[in-house]
Design a protein around this ligand. Structure first.
Ligand SMILES: [Zn+2]
Length: 228
């Protein structure tokens, strides 16, 4: 993403790509959910009412950080305040909000998704469930922003999920990871009481990940670049 022109044409296309991918993965259903990416003080964000799994770049509107439309002929999502709040408070680069089935199901019954798998540490560990408020309201945005403190993901009670990250690709990855973890928890909870990683186990994972540069491909000692 190097296009920093006010039109954000590359970013609008990237948001449309991300929505189609999340739709194909079953996380964005119909018009429910929204995705945005920020470049400095401009935000490319999905339009309200658009079918997200079929989204095209012209269904992505560009706004400034006050929510004023800069480029695009369609009104932005009704959760604009939530997205802008995440940018203002956490300096994120991208935000994904879904009504993904597993995440939404858990949001009906849990107060938090415990840290039952070490991959959840990529989201900050335990994922809080933000108290319910009507969609599109400042109350909902505030509730979710509070739940995101120190985290890159939150569940939204009786509503869905939100993730953020420095980049759009990473925010999408976080959304997929959260949905996977919710599915794992749901299956486990049907069988018994899921074990939770304690603080010591979580710290050990973070130390091991830092030591091994976890999550990136790495050349084997004998490998030569370009040969495998
Ligand atoms: Zn929603």
């Amino acid at each position: 993403m190097t296009d920093s022109s006010p039109a954000l044409s590359e970013e609008r296309a990237a948001v449309a790509d991300a929505c189609r991918r999340l739709g194909a993965e079953g996380l964005l259903i119909g018009t429910a959910g929204n995705v945005s990416v920020r470049v400095e003080d401009r935000v490319a964000i999905t339009a309200t009412g658009a079918i997200l799994a079929e989204l095209t770049p012209d269904q992505v509107t560009v706004v400034d950080l006050d929510g004023e439309i800069v480029t695009g002929g369609l009104l932005p999502t009704s959760e604009l305040d939530l997205h802008l709040g995440v940018y203002h408070r956490y300096g994120a680069g991208a935000v994904v909000h879904t009504h993904a089935p597993m995440a939404t199901a858990l949001s009906l019954v849990l107060d938090e998704l415990p840290c039952v798998h070490y991959q959840l540490l990529a989201l900050g560990g335990t994922v809080r469930v933000a108290p319910y408020a009507t969609f599109g309201t400042p109350e909902l945005a505030e509730s979710v922003l509070t739940a995101l403190e120190g985290r890159s993901a939150a569940l939204m009670a009786n509503h869905g999920a939100v993730t953020h990250a420095p980049t759009l690709d990473k925010a999408v990855e976080h959304a997929l990871l959260l949905e996977w973890a919710c599915g794992v928890y749901q299956r486990a909870a049907a069988l018994g009481q899921p074990r939770v990683l304690d603080e010591q186990q979580q710290i050990a994972v973070i130390e091991a990940a830092l030591a091994r540069n976890y999550g990136t491909t790495q050349s084997a000692p004998s490998a030569q670049e370009g040969t495998r």
